[in-house]
Design a binder for this molecule. Structure first.
Ligand code: SF4
Length: 403
């Protein structure tokens, strides 16, 4: 068994040369050591700032929220340390107008490929009384659920008519579309309906929004591990320094999260900003250069709308003109809202916007498990397995809260 010395105050930096791979999964002794240090660091901060001192960390990624809830991470933290979920669920933030376009085209006979978690996503405006791709399929619409873009590609090669792929995702998913696009591997009868969004601008927006609304500030970011495997750590360093709060890129095991929280506390104690990479078994400083090149070749960065939020500067990807023969917006002359024409696309009664921005807990929504549940989702945060409401509903996120 891997032996390790008691951990000292230098946080995760100390273990950079240790064989941590063997320690991550279910190592109670290691977890207990990390937990003790989390309490020790918090006590030090309380001694400096007083008993009412509170810290709020945002875990950006839906999968981090899954780990947090699934393993009861919140119940392991001191009362002064709060962990909130952020906007890291691509389905939750996909604007309604894109779903409405997809519904309309499917009802007109265009084959619409979608991931399963977007299948039940409700549109704000019904199209011919239809509010989701699931309802469209039930009404005779041409909708095919796939596990991946590659599955859709394979199917569309054998399909003579027009089809489109509802390309939802963050930086992690973008190379999966960009590489076939730049290599012209997509059949001529298939188009993309891109709903690709970039995560660092959204994290920055969420943190600034808390300030604007005079809500408790976010004191540290647990940055997304999978996204950062593509982007590298650099963009999070920029966000961290701009906002003046530390960021740690975390893996997805429970111990990854505990270590990331510990590192945030250490950085706050030392007054450090910038990014640290806890998930260094996957994430480098510069990221996946080949994927980034493909993304930059296929797409351009534009100001984009996020569901329930509106436009965030330079937060989305659009297909470049040279590939416009694959762009559903051009092929089907679809409308695209501007900042001026944008209308709020929240569903009445749903608090997803606040949940996504880390300003409310799912349990603060009156519809939570009372008209909105994973089997019958109403709002977007209940649809996907990465949605905060869905995670809380399925794994009891509300059970081990201390506050
Ligand atoms: S419980 Fe449902 S309606 Fe309420 S915020 Fe969550 S997704 Fe929206």
């Amino acid at each position: 068994m891997e032996s390790f010395k008691p951990i000292d105050d230098s946080g995760i930096q100390k273990w950079s040369n240790a064989n941590i791979e063997n320690l991550y999964r279910r190592n109670k002794r290691f977890a207990e050591e990390v937990r003790k240090l989390i309490y020790k660091y918090t006590d030090k901060l309380v001694k400096i700032h007083g008993r009412d001192f509170k810290l709020k960390f945002m875990n950006f990624c839906g999968t981090h929220e899954w780990t947090t809830v699934h393993y009861g991470i919140r119940s392991l933290l001191p009362e002064n340390v709060e962990l909130v979920a952020g906007p890291g669920c691509p389905v939750c933030i996909t604007p309604s107008f894109l779903i409405e376009h997809a519904i309309k085209l499917s009802l007109e006979g265009v084959r619409v490929y979608t991931f399963g978690d977007a299948f039940k996503l409700r549109a704000v405006k019904p199209v011919k009384d239809v509010r989701s791709l699931a309802e469209a399929k039930a009404s005779g619409g041409n909708v095919t659920v796939v596990y991946s873009f590659l599955d859709a590609l394979k199917d569309s090669y054998n399909y003579a008519k027009e089809s489109l792929f509802l390309a939802i995702g963050f930086e992690t998913t973008a190379p999966g579309y960009a590489i076939p696009l730049v290599n012209r591997l997509i059949p001529k009868n298939m188009y993309l309906l891109p709903a690709l969004r970039l995560t660092p601008p959204a994290a920055e927006y969420a943190i600034m929004e808390a300030k604007k609304r005079s809500m408790p500030s976010i004191d540290g970011i647990i940055a997304p591990g999978h996204v950062s495997s593509i982007t590298g750590a650099k963009p999070w360093d920029v966000v961290s320094r701009k906002l003046g709060i530390p960021a740690v890129i975390s893996g997805f095991e429970p111990l990854d999260l505990l270590l990331s929280i510990l590192e945030l506390l250490r950085m706050i104690l030392k007054g450090e900003v910038g990014v640290k990479v806890e998930y260094r078994r996957v994430v480098s400083w510069n990221g996946n250069v080949e994927s980034l090149n493909a993304i930059n070749t296929a797409f351009e960065v534009v100001d984009s709308p996020w569901r329930g939020i509106g436009f965030i500067d330079e937060s989305g990807l659009e297909i470049r003109g040279v590939y416009s023969n694959y762009d559903s917006f051009k092929i089907f002359s679809l409308d695209k809202p501007s900042r001026i024409s944008w209308r709020d696309d929240s569903l009445s009664g749903c608090k997803c916007t606040e949940v996504i921005l880390g300003l409310a807990k799912p349990t603060e929504c009156k519809l939570f498990l009372n008209g909105c549940s994973p089997s019958k989702p109403f709002g977007p945060c209940m649809v996907s397995s990465e949605g905060t409401c869905s995670i809380w509903a399925r794994f009891g996120g509300y059970l081990n809260l201390k506050r």
